[in-house]
Design a protein around this ligand. Sequence first.
Ligand SMILES: [Zn+2]
Length: 412
Amino acid sequence: MPQSKSRNWLCFVLVLTLGTGACAEDSIDEFNGVATEPARLTTNGSQAQPTTSSSSAPATTNIASITSTKPSTTVSNATSTSSVATTTVQPTTTVQPTTTVQSTTTVQPTTTVQPTTTVQPTTTVQPLTTFEPTVDDRENGTESVTAPVAITRYGIPVRVSGATENGWEVFDPCGDLQTVSKIVPIESTEVVIDPGHGGKDSGAIGHGGLKESDVNLRVAIATSQLLKDKGVPTFLTRMSDYYISLDERIALADAAEAKALISIHHNAPASAASKTPGTEVFAQSGDSESARLSGLLHREVFEALMEVEGVRWTSRWDAGALRVLNSRGSDAYRLVRKPETTNALIEVGYHASASEGAFMATDEYVQIVALALATAIETFLTTNDDGTPLNERARIFNPSGGRTICPTVELE
Ligand SMILES: [Zn+2]
């Protein structure tokens, strides 16, 4: 990983840890120039998102023990054997009424050659919102933390299974159980936003080699921040660039018990030239609320993009809010078919088309689309509006499935 990226990530984590002032001038980060403020985790457990302005950060009391850095997917970084000499200060847990189990402050000076590029936590202050299991947790389950989802110290969203002797048992992005020492529980979520693809799965490749997974994440983060500004607690299924299985995205959304799940994508195949954007939103069959969510997302995004001049759009003839069925009559996309949460999957436009792709690489694009998405989601939550009606005829599509290897993601 290039130095600048590491530094940006470190800043991301520092801001995550210490507050917005920690790294202000570095907040134009690897989200390619989007003036973002890295994610913060606030004391009420909400998953704060990077904001689009540099000065309006609320003065939250930030958790202090989230000090670690990038969520490295360790499979490919074995060559980077930089020696990381760290002094990890484990903070004392002050909330524990019993003293027999918790150790006191321990200082663990380690001088090791790390097999990965993981940078270890350096200094920590008193943790305010991370939770270690209490004695009650260990004996009776997760009594002090009831949140079904949480964020790990590396900023990885996970489902919480329960407390163990060694910490928390959580489901990682592959759906496998891992144990972590600390989590930040997310107590309430109204909206789950799923940035499509990530890690080894880049999705469509657009202008200048820009990955769809990155554009999806930028739009998701900006949308999440706008919703948060409106007082709508949101949760992202991924917050950085790593692989997460489809089933775990679905499980995260359902576990969060949100009112809506929106999966954000940008289309790959070339399509016919069009005077209008080719925005497509896929609804779950037989779910009128999914149809309504899809219709609102389509209306707001399509109308916002229509205002943009100078972009040569492409579109399929049946673009709109629609159902996509396989030849057995089920929803073709698992991410639309399986969630119990009311959901919609949006293909905002054609990232792989040269003109659209160049536009989608800009900050302006991210802001326009994020605002439209946030408006649609808020409208869905607060009104009975329908937006664009669903196409009467469903599209027929049979995806070619197949198992993929899910690389393990370090959680802390
Ligand atoms: Zn996609």
